[in-house]
Design a protein around this ligand. Structure first.
Ligand code: ADP
Length: 155
């Protein structure tokens, strides 16, 4: 049975922190599905199409990575596509506090789906989509935090 992981997120937008996490996780899985969770209550800076397009561009040369999207519970999506693992990153204690409960719930709701956490490298732990959005909104240059495919991004 293939070891498939879902790496769920908003990716609004994808950052070098996300990419680094996927690269480090690749040896652990046969396939990683980087999937955008669509939450109709949430306001995004970038459209779903833009975010999907960037994910495809960033991972186009990585055969083990697929790009997906889903609505509803992440754990149900994992079940549907036969993924036994969720992949998440931990940058700091607040990530841990938040992720701990979700992971415990997902194991139950997702019928045994396990979350695998990778702790971010120190040089990436300050990078978040939130910070990138703030820089872009403020007219700054966010390119140090963005994969090359997104270097043209401006509002
Ligand atoms: P969400 O909206 O679900 O928080 P994000 O797109 O912000 O989605 O993040 C998706 C995942 O990527 C989360 O597990 C987050 O902790 C992880 N992540 C984001 N930035 C980094 C980083 N710089 N280093 C390691 N993991 C990260």
């Amino acid at each position: 049975m293939a070891n498939i992981a879902v790496f769920p997120g908003s990716f609004d937008p994808i950052t070098v922190g996300h990419v680094e996490l996927v690269q480090r996780a690749l040896p652990l899985f046969d396939r990683i599905v980087v999937a955008i969770g669509i939450n109709s209550q949430k306001k995004y800076l970038f459209s779903l199409d833009e975010r999907l397009h960037w994910l495809r561009e960033v991972f186009k040369d990585e055969p083990k990575v697929e790009v997906g999207q889903f609505e509803g519970l992440t754990a149900h999506y994992a079940n549907q596509i036969g993924a036994r693992y969720l992949l998440r990153g931990l940058r700091n204690a607040s990530d841990f506090d938040y992720e701990k409960t979700i992971s415990q719930l997902n194991t139950i709701v997702g019928d045994g789906v396990e979350t695998i956490f990778l702790i971010s490298q120190p040089s990436y732990s300050h990078i978040s989509s939130t910070i990138v959005r703030e820089i872009i909104k403020g007219g700054g240059d966010a390119s140090p935090f963005l994969p090359e495919a997104l270097h043209e991004v401006k509002l």
